[in-house]
Design a protein around this ligand. Structure first.
Ligand code: GDP
Ligand code: MG
Length: 442
């Protein structure tokens, strides 16, 4: 999972600091040194690391952490807030005209995930209640067209066929025809999938410029493979200079990339990340949220993202984490659906704490154990987990074939999550959290 190493470094640090009780300046200085090492190890741009840590340090000093009763929590909130800043760009929402039409041009290097993204994006737009059509502007590889056609079909998105099939047609002519067709009749957002190269080269840039000047896209999205780390930053700068970009789609966030690309690209290039790719499936595209990503990096999991994923995989209303009645009954319902849904590894990784009881390498055993615990509880206990005293815990452990410690750990984590969720709208958390909550509960 992406950010795994970085995330565990951050968590180790805060755990260690909590052990210190009162924070002294040397603890903060030492902590910042650890953060620097962790960020550089994650392949984050050096300049970005410097600015980030300077901001963290200034605020840590400004808020007089050394005199605070809850210094570590405050420091964590500062780091979280600065991570959100680092990941936030201007104009993060997809900008397509609300009338019929709209053109999205996808550009990037070969293998970055443009074709996969084209189909997923089409599906995303259709789910928003609009029409979309995918267009293959890669005339170099004969297989490119078939690949996009097949993926579009799977994703339930219309695929554009030019009137003069293939031969000798310049990519910009195909694009022109597709856009004209959409404007004149069919309507819908036109998604242009272009050819890539192994490296940035002038032929590719010339071709892309021609397409750009022919169709005047509303969005030019740079599709980038997050696994390639710092290289992404460099190539995005080249595309930005030559073509001009309005956003980034970071793909393969499900891989074990260290996170450098995601954490560097916005502040180095000024281009916002708009979507992230999280797998090869047709639904594996998420609207990018700096708040969620920061929460994941800090090991707080992504409960809302998790519930939405369950919803989009299985259907049904997702539970709302902001719901003050959020209880174990809801957790159980979601987990049961999840078990039916099949591949669960990635979903489990999104769970809060990323340490839902025990280690979450996302095994089915884990899920089964958690469900067994939940099943051994009475509905009343699930509704009001606070009544779980020692006797009840022992009974549940026996009933579920687990140990009391496992039950305790599970209940404790749940209590923490719920406390955290309830606090969010209350005004104690940084402003960005309130915003995150608002957008995530729309
Ligand atoms: P293109 O050359 O830029 O069009 O890249 P493709 O769309 O053909 O993708 C290259 C490979 O990456 C394919 O095998 C895709 O299935 C895979 N891929 C694309 N996006 C993702 C993603 O978000 N996660 C994972 N795991 N694989 C992806
Ligand atoms: Mg392609």
């Amino acid at each position: 999972m992406m950010f795994q190493v970085l995330s565990s470094r951050f968590q180790d640090l805060f755990r260690r600091l909590r052990g210190e009780g009162k924070l002294e300046e040397r603890h903060i200085t030492g902590g910042i040194r650890d953060l620097r090492r962790a960020l550089l190890e994650a392949d984050v741009n050096l300049r970005v690391v410097q600015v980030f840590l300077r901001n963290v340090k200034e605020r840590a000093m400004g808020e007089k952490l050394t005199e605070s009763w809850t210094p570590v929590r405050k420091l964590q909130a500062i780091v979280q807030d600065e991570l959100v800043n680092l990941l936030s760009g201007k104009n993060m929402a997809l900008k397509i005209p609300s009338s019929k039409g709209g053109v999205i041009l996808l550009v990037g290097l070969q293998g970055a995930g443009k074709t996969a993204t084209a189909a997923k994006l089409g599906r995303y737009i259709c789910r928003q209640g609009r029409n979309a059509v995918t267009v293959c502007a890669d005339t170099r590889r004969p297989a490119a067209r078939q690949q996009l056609e097949k993926l579009s079909e799977k994703a339930g998105v219309r695929f554009f066929s030019p009137s003069r099939a293939g031969e000798g047609l310049h990519p910009k002519e195909i694009c022109r025809e597709a856009v004209a067709e959409a404007r004149n009749g069919q309507g819908g957002v036109v998604i242009l999938d272009t050819a890539g190269r192994l490296h940035v080269d002038s032929h590719l840039m010339a071709e892309l410029k021609e397409i750009r000047d022919t169709v005047h896209p509303d969005e030019v999205l740079f599709v980038a493979d997050a696994m390639t780390g710092q290289d992404v930053v460099r190539s995005s700068q080249a595309f930005q200079e030559e073509i001009g970009l309005s956003g980034v789609v970071l793909t393969k966030m499900d891989g074990d990339a260290r996170g450098g690309a995601a954490l560097s690209i916005v502040s180095v290039t000024g281009i916002p990340i708009k979507f992230i790719g999280t797998g090869e499936g047709k639904d594996d595209l998420d609207v990018f949220s700096p708040e969620r990503m920061a929460a994941r990096i800090l090991g707080m999991g992504d409960l809302q993202g998790f519930l939405e994923k369950v919803e989009s995989t299985i259907g049904g209303e997702p539970a709302r984490v902001s719901n003050p009645d959020f209880d174990l009954e809801q957790v159980r319902r979601q987990l049961r659906k999840l078990r039916k849904a099949g591949p669960i590894q990635r979903l489990i990784e999104m769970l809060p704490g990323v340490n839902f009881p025990g280690d979450v390498s996302g095994s089915n055993d884990q899920l089964r154990e958690t469900l067994a615990i939940l099943d051994s509880m009475t509905p009343g206990e699930r509704n009001r987990p606070d009544i779980m005293n020692g006797d009840r815990r022992r009974r549940v452990a026996r009933g579920s074939g687990t140990r009391v410690e496992t039950v305790n750990r599970f209940l404790k984590q749940f209590a923490q999550i719920r406390k955290f969720m309830r606090r969010m709208p209350g005004g104690k958390m940084p402003g960005t959290w309130k915003k995150a909550l608002k957008t995530s509960t729309r």
